[in-house]
Design a protein around this ligand. Structure first.
Ligand SMILES: CC(C)(COP(=O)(O)OP(=O)(O)OC[C@H]1O[C@@H](n2cnc3c(N)ncnc32)[C@H](O)[C@@H]1OP(=O)(O)O)[C@@H](O)C(=O)NCCC(=O)NCCS
Length: 148
């Protein structure tokens, strides 16, 4: 998939993008292991799509979705696990393009819904999602289940 507006291109991520992606994930507040990211980038998994945004051949944003089957609904939903744009490139429309491409990827995977979690403190991100038609119809609960 390639989506372009002016000089921005959205495409599937490849392993050459991993280093730039790690930097973006740090900006999002996370420091995943390189091998973990590499596993999902370019994954042959039919349930995953990892996208990057390029401006002038530089990776400036990423989005990852994962498709989940819901027994209750005889249908798939897709979950946006990460969306981030480089600090220097924000508020120029790149995030909107990435989100639109993630929605198209969800459709391509047969999912009828794209959902996400975002921290209560990310108030600008809330405005961003609401402007793009996302609502908050349910509560999100979480519990750590690994020992230690
Ligand atoms: C949220 C984010 C992906 C949007 O990408 P973007 O390229 O800035 O988005 P667009 O240019 O299409 O839209 C701009 C809107 O994004 C949001 N935004 C801009 N800068 C932001 C920031 N530092 N943090 C959170 N949201 C931001 C605002 O809603 C902004 O609208 P506004 O300028 O009217 O306030 C990007 O700003 C970002 O990476 N923010 C930090 C990480 C984050 O919050 N990710 C979402 C986690 S669930």
């Amino acid at each position: 998939m390639v989506v372009g507006v002016s000089s921005t291109v959205i495409r599937r991520a490849c392993t050459a993008d991993v280093s730039a992606m790690l930097g973006l994930l740090v900006q999002l507040g996370y420091a995943p292991e390189e091998d973990w990211v590499r596993t999902w980038v370019g994954a042959a998994s039919p349930d995953d799509r990892c996208l990057v945004a390029e401006v002038d051949f530089r990776v400036v944003g990423l989005a990852h979705i994962h498709r989940v089957p819901f027994l209750t609904e005889s249908a798939y939903k897709a979950r946006l696990t990460a969306l981030v744009v480089d600090e220097a490139e924000r508020s120029r429309g790149v995030g909107g393009l990435l989100l639109g491409a993630a929605e198209q990827a969800a459709r391509d995977l047969g999912a009828g819904v794209l959902e996400l979690s975002t921290s209560n403190r990310r108030q600008r991100a809330h405005r961003f999602y609401e402007r793009h038609g996302y609502s908050q119809p349910s509560r999100h609960y979480r519990k750590t289940v690994l020992p230690g």
